[in-house]
Design a protein around this ligand. Structure first.
Ligand SMILES: CC(C)(COP(=O)(O)OP(=O)(O)OC[C@H]1O[C@@H](n2cnc3c(N)ncnc32)[C@H](O)[C@@H]1OP(=O)(O)O)[C@@H](O)C(=O)NCCC(=O)NCCS
Length: 156
């Protein structure tokens, strides 16, 4: 069972540091502040010592949920937390009656793409040069999970 709570402004320093340790192009502190200001749904996940080891941020837009960020600390990766956090996001999206969850992921980030595909996401399109990269720009894969379709399968 995940130990989680809403992200607070006072968590941002720790969350930004965590993301810096996990990705090459992390959000800035201001990105996190803007996200909380915009009332995006943001959770932090705590270990037994009540330290943050993961977070996720979701933006609800009409009947869609946009997964803006998901991150697990490097020393906690590979233990199924990413998968459980994604399940939490899917449950949330269902609770607020979203019909679709969408997200962008770097074309080189096969690990995250694997995680999303296992959860039932499909590739919808490619956004050319969406991300900054070491050598210029990198494409984003736009992925989506149709929740109506998912509920049809899970009812069987
Ligand atoms: C992507 C991320 C959230 C996954 O979190 P995690 O806790 O490691 O994920 P899990 O342990 O639940 O593993 C989920 C799936 O990832 C893949 N995976 C896990 N460990 C892996 C490894 N060492 N190598 C390759 N794939 C791996 C597998 O497909 C796994 O599914 P399975 O083991 O059930 O077959 C995490 O790696 C992360 O925070 N990465 C940096 C930030 C990032 O890339 N976020 C996504 C932005 S779109």
């Amino acid at each position: 069972m995940l130990n989680l709570r809403d992200m607070q402004y006072s968590d941002i320093a720790a969350v930004a540091k965590l993301e810096q340790s996990a990705t090459e192009f992390p959000w800035s502190v201001k990105n996190f502040e803007d996200s909380l200001k915009a009332n995006h749904k943001a959770w932090v996940f705590l270990n037994d010592a009540q330290q943050i080891y993961a977070f996720t941020i979701v933006q609800k837009v009409v009947d869609e949920a946009h997964l803006l960020n998901i991150c697990v600390a490097p020393n906690a990766q590979g233990n199924g937390f990413g998968r459980q956090i994604l399940e939490h996001v899917i449950n949330y999206a269902n609770t607020v009656s979203s019909v679709l969850i969408v997200l962008e992921v770097r074309s080189s980030n096969k690990r995250a793409q694997n995680l999303y595909m296992r959860a039932g996401f499909n590739e919808m399109s490619i956004r050319k040069g969406y991300y900054p990269a070491k050598d210029g720009r990198e494409d984003a894969v736009l992925m989506g999970l149709d929740l109506d379709l998912l509920s049809l399968f899970s009812e069987k």
